[in-house]
Design a protein around this ligand. Structure first.
Ligand SMILES: [Zn+2]
Length: 323
């Protein structure tokens, strides 16, 4: 009996469990309840094809859709002190970090990258809501400073995608200190005369809206994104009044002068190209001149690999509109 229950049964179980269909092939839209096939959803940048609800998108997915040919170089971010307060709630902070790293495959809640969009060189930073609610800790502060320094050094505009539940409470006052730190970083970009563009995604709340997410030269938001300092539930309980329809949503804030634009995710890239080129005083981007490269050809190696006469032939076509 022991042999059967200890050896045979686990073998049989492991054989069957391996063949199970992965659960995440179909994703249910939290807004309208439609079941969406994962590939269809990712092709549409995680926007529901049925009701246009903008779901979470990871920084990596966003960057591969944003940068020309999906090519970008990560900017390294200095590591902060680990668990400075020895914080513990139901779980210890390092354990929470370990879980978040395992779940997302990312190091922390922000990714910084440099590359080109519509042949316009930029530096971009993107917050990851799936990593501990995109909470702003010391690493996120370091990431924004690294992004700002890189932008100033390379004389490129900085584009930031925000998504956060607020400050990271496990770092206490040290996370709140990221508000002045990131504000100084934004000032650095401004003093260098470079544009700082913020794209606010659902949800952006707490200390993040009290600092870098609201300091853009141009403030863009994704449709129906919740943007607030204190959430609607907290306000309702405090003032004991029901709030108007769509309160603290992107469209409401646009109507009340808090935002410059509300832009659909699928149109965001073109809009960012137009805005950065205008602010950098570049001529307009060439429309319809950006075919996706073959998946197995790496664009940066492309130019270098070509014989010089081919590169010279290709050049006037691509460079002409800039002059
Ligand atoms: Zn939907």
């Amino acid at each position: 009996m022991n042999w059967i229950s200890n050896y045979v049964r686990p073998r049989i179980n492991s054989l069957f469990s391996r063949r199970e269909v992965p659960e995440n092939l179909w994703i249910k839209c939290p807004e309208c309840g439609t079941m969406l096939f994962h590939r269809e959803l990712s092709d549409n940048l995680n926007v529901c094809t049925s009701c246009d609800h903008h779901m979470q998108i990871t920084p990596r997915e966003r960057f591969s859709a944003l940068f020309d040919g999906g090519v970008f170089a990560e900017v390294s971010v200095p590591d902060p002190v680990e668990d400075p307060l020895k914080f513990k709630d139901q779980k210890r902070y390092p354990e929470r970090m370990k879980d978040a790293k395992k779940k997302t495959g990312e190091k922390e809640a922000m990714l910084v990258a440099e590359g080109e969009i519509g042949r316009t060189p930029i530096v971009a930073a993107c917050q990851d809501f799936s990593f501990m609610g995109g909470s702003m800790g010391m690493y996120v502060g370091n990431a924004i400073i690294a992004a700002a320094e890189r932008a100033v050094k390379l004389k490129r505009p900085l584009i930031l995608f925000s998504a956060a539940g607020g400050a990271r409470m496990q770092e206490g006052i040290l996370s709140l200190m990221q508000m002045p730190r990131t504000t100084v970083a934004v000032d650095m970009v401004r003093e260098a005369g470079l544009p700082y563009i913020v794209v606010i995604t659902h949800p952006t709340t707490g200390g993040v809206t009290a600092s870098y997410a609201m300091l853009g030269d141009v403030q863009i938001a994704e449709p129906n994104a919740l943007i607030c300092f204190a959430g609607p539930r907290v306000i309702e309980q405090t003032i004991r009044e029901s709030l108007p329809e769509g309160f603290q949503r992107a469209e409401y804030l646009l109507d009340h002068g808090m935002l410059d634009r509300v832009t659909h995710r699928t149109k965001m890239r073109d809009e960012l190209i137009t805005i950065t080129r205008m602010l950098m005083k570049h001529p307009p981007a060439v429309m319809g001149d950006l075919p996706a490269p073959e998946p197995d050809v790496a664009p940066p190696a492309d130019d270098a690999g070509k014989p010089p006469e081919v590169a010279a032939e290709a050049k006037p076509e691509t460079e002409a509109p800039k002059e």
